[in-house]
Design a protein around this ligand. Structure first.
Ligand SMILES: [Zn+2]
Length: 237
């Protein structure tokens, strides 16, 4: 644990969260519904990159500080573990995006293409750039294969599970496969399995407490993301 890098992560995470706040507010709508373009309280149109609060009535756009604090915590953990390494940018990018995806998935059970699809070229470029200084092209090729493998595995599970895993989960799996694959096949398998284990544990606890029924749909994205985060933190850097 490197305290200076942890502090740097927290400092970068706060504004990074604010940058994504508008996307989270706009995309936190049910599948098929139009994007939210106005303030929930006063219906004033949202700016393209709104700040923390509505320009007109001053109410919070989305949950107060949640995305900033969560991004700061995730980046602090990631940078403390990774430190000054070329791949840090790719992991930090997906870390912050993962916070936004988690908020949207918890709110409306979807992982919007608007956030997941542009992350493919972005991550591939960031990992490609990270491979240049150390010539770690083996890791880069493994990242590409990891993305393909985890995306394909989720596609297969999605087809077999008749709707329990959605298209958003499959697209997120490909992204997680890219970064986990960079670290190695064992990390990829660990990260993917941890997501399932945590989802199963929480679902069983909720079922036991009668908070959900066997037919309830749960948001799987947050478990996939937390499983991957744990595996990245536990991996050898
Ligand atoms: Zn307002």
């Amino acid at each position: 644990m490197n305290l200076i890098w942890a502090a740097a992560g927290a400092v970068i995470g706060l504004p990074a969260g604010t940058v994504l706040r508008g996307d989270v507010a706009r995309l936190s709508v049910r599948s098929g519904e139009p994007e939210e373009t106005s303030c929930r309280e006063c219906a004033t149109a949202l700016l393209e990159r709104p700040g923390l609060r509505c320009e007109h009535c001053g109410c919070w756009i989305g949950a107060a500080m949640a995305i900033e604090l969560a991004s700061a915590a995730v980046l602090a953990l990631l940078l403390a573990r990774i430190g000054f390494q070329p791949a840090a940018a790719a992991f930090a990018y997906l870390g912050v995006l993962g916070v936004a995806l988690t908020q949207i998935d918890v709110a409306v059970q979807r992982l919007p293409d608007r956030l997941t699809l542009p992350a493919y070229p972005a991550l591939i470029i960031l990992l490609g750039l990270a491979a240049v200084p150390g010539g770690t092209w083996g890791a880069f090729v493994r990242a590409l294969l990891g993305g393909l493998a985890l995306g394909a595995a989720y596609l297969l599970l999605g087809l077999l599970s008749s709707g329990q895993l959605g298209g958003g989960d499959i697209k997120l799996a490909g992204l997680l496969g890219l970064v986990l694959g960079w670290l190695g096949w064992r990390t990829l398998i660990a990260g993917a399995s941890l997501g399932f284990v945590m989802a199963a544990a929480v679902s069983l606890a909720l079922l036991a407490g009668r908070r959900i029924s066997r037919k309830s749909m749960i948001s799987f994205g947050p478990y996939m993301l937390s499983g991957a985060l744990l595996a990245v933190l536990a991996s050898k850097w």
